[in-house]
Ligand binder design. Sequence first.
Ligand code: CA
Length: 423
Amino acid sequence: MTALTYRYVALTDVGLRRSNNEDSGYASPRLLAIADGMGGAAAGDLASSTAMNTLRTLDRELDTDALTALEQTVRTANTRLGDLIREDPSVEGMGTTIEAMLWDGEKLAVAHLGDSRTYRLRENHLTQISADHTFVQSLVDEGRLTPAEARTHPHRSLLLRALLGRDDNAADLSWIQPQAGDRYLLCSDGLSDMVTDDHIEQALRADSIDLAATELVGLALEAGGVDNVTVVIAEFLDADAPVDPDLSSADGRPQLVGAAAEQPRPPTEQAVTAAPPPDLDEEELRYASRPPGRRRRVRIGLGLLVVLLVLAGAGYGAYRWTQTQYYVGTDGNQVAIFRGVDVDLPGVSLSSVTEVTEVAVDTLPEYSRDQLEDGIPAESRADAEQIVTGLGDLVEPTPSPSPTPTKKTSGAPEPSSSASSRS
Ligand code: CA
């Protein structure tokens, strides 16, 4: 079997009726994921972004098989939701769907929980791979409802299972073996509720996945856009296929959209000062394809506004929560472990360096540097240290003619692992 790789894209839109986006989407060379939060106002955002930021910790070299790692991480996300609900009863009832695919270089480990969906387009034919964890789907399974009746059933969004911070809701786990030419679509119900499978199939056949994503979101909005709509698409192809420079994934950077991109997370310093221009056209903000750099700054600018509102509302509780978070970022040219979230408000610092490591940022591959710029979320201090160790293994050999070894102590460069991490 020939080696495969994939192109990817993530796109979200708040829709036409909702004021905030409770969906999160993520796409990178290793991980594809959607989390559709629920629970109203801030709680849905929080559930979605908590789950997504936990899932994102999978986007690195793993020391276990992908399905085991995925299962453990979904459990961790569930535990975190449970902790947040215990700490703040006002978010009781919040939850999120999980749709995640983790690429191990040969096949996809898949986790599915709730009513977000995974579709596959193979040889121009669309198949829904996931089975909704909904009341109406259970009626369809029992033969008491046709799929067409299910589409319009008044209780079609009633979930039987979701990530709720409790012990009784496990994700479906499976492996998928992609083939060259396959396109996989992960979507929130803001798409699948509004757009029929036939139309999804047509849109997914577009010349490129970037066009398909724009088309799919556009279709959901044309149909009424009553919910947040999020799509993540991956297209598999032979590993030696040329990179298409026109695609958004050509730069190899992770794409994070929706609630998780707007919640507190470590932005770059330049991003902190880059507020959205006052005459920002909302429509343009949602649709226009533009260089990732600008899109990211705009997202973070809006994110800061959300942070300010959240902190104003939640005060000390929110501050305490930030101090249970860790991430790996940069301190000058050194990789550093931070505690908290990297947003400084007037008179309040929400993060601090707990350790400056010996790993120099400029010795790392570009992909890792980009991740560090965004901040790599960690589950704990120990996890952050493990991430740093992993980064140390990616240190690229210095082209310097000097025979002096670099002062890294964290192991010899491993070009092979570095190469596979960016496949
Ligand atoms: Ca939804």
